[in-house]
Design a protein around this ligand. Structure first.
Ligand code: C2E
Ligand code: MG
Ligand code: MG
Length: 649
C-alpha cells in the first residue's frame, strides 16, 4: 500500500477551497462554475485514490474489498482525466478565449481523447486490458493503461502550453499561480515515478488549486459577495481580456436609474436582496449555445450582462427581459418599490473597441442619449460628438486649463425699470481644438468630480478680472459682472487671498464683481464658507444665490447667506403658463423683495414672458430673448449699441 497520508491531507484542502467558494458566493458565472468543478472533481479523485489504497493494505483482500477497490479505480480514472479537461476549459473561460473551441470540429478534437478513455474503461470489465484488481495481488495495470497515460499527457501538455500562452491575459502573479497547477502536478508525477509509494499527486494538486483560488480567483476582488454577482473589478478585467482575445461579444448595460434612492429607501440588506432577485431573473434567460450569460454588478445599481456575439439578444428580447425584471421582482419581493431601468446594448468590438470607451459608455449613456427610450443602441450614440467629448472630458478639461483655453462668454441682464442692460453673467466655455466650443454642462460637473474645479475656477476668475479691467463698466452702463463660483471654491480657505491678488493685479474694484454661488449637491453650509463670504463682503464683494427653486438653492439658504441678489431658475419660470406657477413665481418675487434682495429671473425666451414678468414687478430679467451668452467683443458691441441708444436717445 502506498503512503496515503498526503491523500488524506489533500481532502481537507479541497474542502476548504470549496467552502471559501461557497462562503464568498463564488458560485455564479461560468469561470466560477468551472473552478468549482475542477476542485470538486479533484476532491472525488483524492477520495477515490484513498479508496483504492486502503483495501490493499491487507492482502489478500475480501471479495467485497475487491469490488470496492475496483469501483474506486474506475471513479479515480474517470475523474483524474476529467480534471485535466475541465482545467483546460477553466483556463479558456478565465481568459475569455473559450470561443476558440466553439467550432464543432474543434469541440470534437478537444473531447476525442477523453472519449477514448471512457471507451477503454467501458470495455475493461470484459477485457481487463486497462487494469485488473485481484484478491491476491490487488491492483494491477494492463497494457492499455499506457493509452490513458498518453491521453493525460496530451491534455497536460496542451494545458501547460496554453497556460504559458495566457501570459498576455494575466498579470504576472496570477499567471505564475496558474502555471503552478501544472508545475506542481508534474513535480508530483516526477517524484512518484521514482518513489511510487509516495502518493503526492493529489496533495500537490490541492496546493496548486489553493494558489489559484488565492491569487487568480481572488474572491474578494472578483465577487461582490453581498449581492453574489461578479464584481465591477471582474468586469473591467474580463473586458480587457475580451478585447485582447478579439472575442466578439454583446454587452448589455442595465442601469437602475433610481438605484441610489432605492438603497436609501430599502436599506442595504433589502436592497442587496432586491438586486440578487433581479440578477436571478436576468440569469433565467435562455441562450442558444452556452448555458448562461455572465452578469457583473457595479454599485449603486448597474448590471453588465456579457454574452458571446452569436448569443446576441435582440432589442425586443431585451425589452421583454426588462419587463420581466420589473414584474417578477416586484411580485416576488413585495417591497413596494419599482426600479426605473435604462439599457444600452453594445456590440464589441464593432461599436467600440477600447475598454475605457466601453466603460465610459456604460457610465454615461443615459446622459448622452437624451431620447429617453428604455433601450439605447451603442451604435446610435458612439458617433455623436457628445460621446467623444464625454469619454475624453477629463483630458479635454485638463488640457484646457493647462493651455489656457477657457473662454468666457457674457450674457446681459436686463433692468426692467431703466429699460437697459445693467449687468451681465460670465459663463465659461472650453474652446477645444478638436471638439469646438463646449458648454459648461459638459465640464463643470466633471471638474467638480475630479477635483479640478479649483484650478478651473482660478482660470475663470483671472479671465473675468481681466475683462473687467479692460472695459469701463460705467461708460457701458453696467454696474457689475456676475461670476459663478461653485461651493467647493467658496470653501477654499485661500479664496479671499486669491481674489485680493487678482484685484491688485488688475486694479479692479470688488464692487464690480458679484459672486453667484452655484451648487446643487452640498447640503450644509460649512463654517469656512460662511467665514469666506463674510470676509469677501468686508472686502467689497457682493453675493447672489443661483438657481433658486432647484436642488439645495432654497429658502434656508436665502435666510442663512448674506445675499444681495437671488436668481430664480428657469424651471420656475417655465411654470408661468399655469395659474399655480404664476402665483408661485409672483409670491416668490414679493418674498425676495420684502426681504431686501434684488431679484433676477433667468430663462426668458419670448416677448410674452418678458411682458408678464414686467407686469409682475420683476427687477431684472436674463434670457435668450435679450441675448444668448456672447464672446466678449460681441457682447461689448451689443451693450454699446443697446445701452447707448437708451442713454443718448
Ligand atoms: P447658470 O449659472 O444658471 O447660468 C445660466 C444658464 O442658463 C446658462 O447656461 C445660460 O446660457 C442659460 N440661459 C440663459 N438664458 C436662457 C434662456 O432663455 N433659455 C435657455 N434655455 N437657457 C438660458 P450655460 O452657459 O450652459 O451654463 C450652465 C451652468 O453652468 C450655469 O448655470 C452654471 O451653473 C454653470 N457655469 C457656467 N459658467 C460657470 C463658471 O464659470 N463657473 C462655475 N462654477 N459654473 C459655471
Ligand atoms: Mg449663474
Ligand atoms: Mg442659474
Amino acid at each position: 500500500m502506498g503512503n496515503i497520508y498526503f491523500d488524506i491531507c489533500a481532502i481537507p484542502l479541497f474542502l476548504i477551497i470549496l467552502f471559501v467558494c461557497y462562503s464568498r458566493r463564488m458560485i455564479k458565472g461560468n469561470t466560477n462554475h468551472l473552478f468549482i468543478a475542477v476542485v470538486f472533481i479533484s476532491l472525488i479523485t483524492a477520495v477515490a485514490d484513498l479508496c483504492i489504497e486502503i483495501p490493499q493494505g491487507s492482502l489478500p483482500m475480501s471479495q467485497a474489498s475487491r469490488v470496492f477497490c475496483n469501483v474506486s479505480t474506475y471513479v479515480y480514472l474517470i475523474m483524474r482525466n476529467a480534471t485535466s479537461v475541465v482545467l483546460l476549459l477553466f483556463l479558456l473561460h478565465l481568459t475569455r478565449t473559450s470561443f476558440l473551441i466553439r467550432n464543432k470540429l474543434v469541440k470534437i478534437i478537444f473531447s476525442l481523447p477523453y472519449a477514448v478513455i471512457l471507451i477503454l474503461l467501458m470495455q475493461n470489465p470484459f477485457t481487463h486490458n486497462v487494469f485488473y484488481v485481484s484478491v491476491e495481488t490487488g491492483y494491477e495495470r494492463g497494457p492499455l493503461m499506457l493509452v490513458l497515460y498518453i491521453v493525460a499527457l496530451i491534455y497536460g501538455i496542451v494545458g501547460f502550453a496554453y497556460s504559458i500562452f495566457c501570459r498576455r491575459y494575466l498579470p504576472l502573479k496570477k499567471w505564475l499561480s496558474l502555471l503552478s497547477i501544472y508545475l506542481l502536478a508534474y513535480t508530483a508525477v516526477f517524484i512518484q515515478f521514482f518513489s511510487p509509494d509516495s502518493l503526492l499527486e493529489m496533495f500537490f494538486t490541492a496546493m496548486g488549486e489553493m494558489l489559484v483560488m488565492l491569487a487568480v480567483m481572488r474572491p474578494e476582488e472578483r465577487m461582490d459577495s453581498e449581492v453574489g454577482m461578479l464584481s465591477w473589478a471582474s468586469y473591467q478585467w474580463d473586458l480587457k481580456n475580451i478585447l485582447r482575445s478579439h472575442e466578439h461579444v454583446q454587452i448589455i448595460v442595465v442601469l437602475l436609474q433610481n438605484g441610489r434612492e432605492m438603497r436609501n429607501y430599502l436599506g442595504d440588506q433589502k436592497y442587496n436582496e432586491y438586486l440578487s432577485r433581479i440578477a436571478d431573473v436576468i440569469r433565467s434567460i435562455k441562450l442558444k449555445h452556452t448555458n448562461r450569460a455572465e452578469i457583473y454588478f457595479e454599485r449603486p445599481g448597474t448590471f453588465y450582462i456579457i454574452t458571446e456575439a452569436d448569443e446576441s439578444l435582440t432589442e425586443d428580447a431585451v425589452k421583454h427581459l426588462m419587463l420581466k425584471v420589473g414584474e417578477d421582482v416586484r411580485k416576488d419581493t413585495n417591497l413596494g418599490v419599482r426600479s426605473e431601468t435604462r439599457v444600452c446594448m453594445i456590440r464589441c468590438p464593432e461599436d467600440l473597441n477600447k475598454a475605457e470607451d466601453i466603460i465610459s459608455l456604460g457610465h454615461k449613456f443615459s446622459n448622452i442619449d437624451s431620447r429617453e427610450q428604455t433601450v439605447a443602441q451603442a451604435k446610435d450614440i458612439v458617433n455623436a460628438k457628445t460621446f467623444a467629448v464625454e469619454v475624453h472630458i477629463e483630458d479635454i478639461l485638463g488640457n484646457a486649463i493647462r493651455e489656457n483655453r477657457i473662454e468666457m462668454h457674457y450674457q446681459p441682464i436686463y433692468d426692467v425699470k431703466s429699460g437697459r442692460f445693467c449687468s451681465a453673467e460670465a459663463l465659461a466655455r472650453i474652446n477645444d481644438p478638436e471638439y469646438g466650443l463646449l458648454p459648461p454642462g459638459m465640464f463643470i460637473p466633471e471638474a467638480e468630480a475630479q477635483g479640478l474645479i479649483i484650478p478651473l475656477g482660478d482660470a475663470i476668475m483671472e479671465q473675468v478680472f481681466r475683462f473687467v479691467s479692460e472695459h469701463d463698466l460705467d461708460i457701458l452702463g453696467l454696474r457689475f459682472i456676475e461670476m459663478n463660483i461653485s461651493v467647493a471654491q467658496c470653501m477654499e480657505s485661500a479664496l479671499p487671498e486669491k481674489l485680493r491678488a487678482l484685484q491688485e493685479k488688475y486694479d479692479v474694484d470688488p464692487a464690480r464683481i458679484n459672486l453667484e454661488i452655484t451648487e446643487t449637491t452640498y447640503e450644509d453650509i460649512s463654517k469656512i464658507m460662511l467665514e469666506n463670504i463674510g470676509e469677501l463682503i468686508k472686502m467689497g464683494y457682493s453675493f447672489a444665490l443661483d438657481d433658486y427653486g432647484t436642488g439645495y438653492s432654497n429658502i434656508q439658504r436665502v435666510n442663512q447667506l448674506p445675499l444681495k441678489l437671488v436668481k430664480i431658475d428657469k424651471s420656475v419660470l417655465d411654470e408661468i403658463y399655469t395659474e399655480n406657477g404664476r402665483t408661485i413665481l409672483e409670491y416668490t418675487m414679493r418674498m425676495m423683495q420684502k426681504t431686501g434682495k434684488l431679484l433676477v429671473v433667468e430663462g426668458a425666451e419670448t416677448p410674452e414672458v418678458v411682458e408678464m414678468l414686467e407686469n409682475m414687478g420683476c427687477d431684472y430679467i436674463q434670457g435668450f430673448y435679450f441675448s444668448k451668452p456672447l464672446p466678449a467683443d460681441e457682447f461689448i458691441d451689443l451693450i454699446k449699441e443697446k445701452n447707448q441708444r437708451i442713454l443718448q436717445p
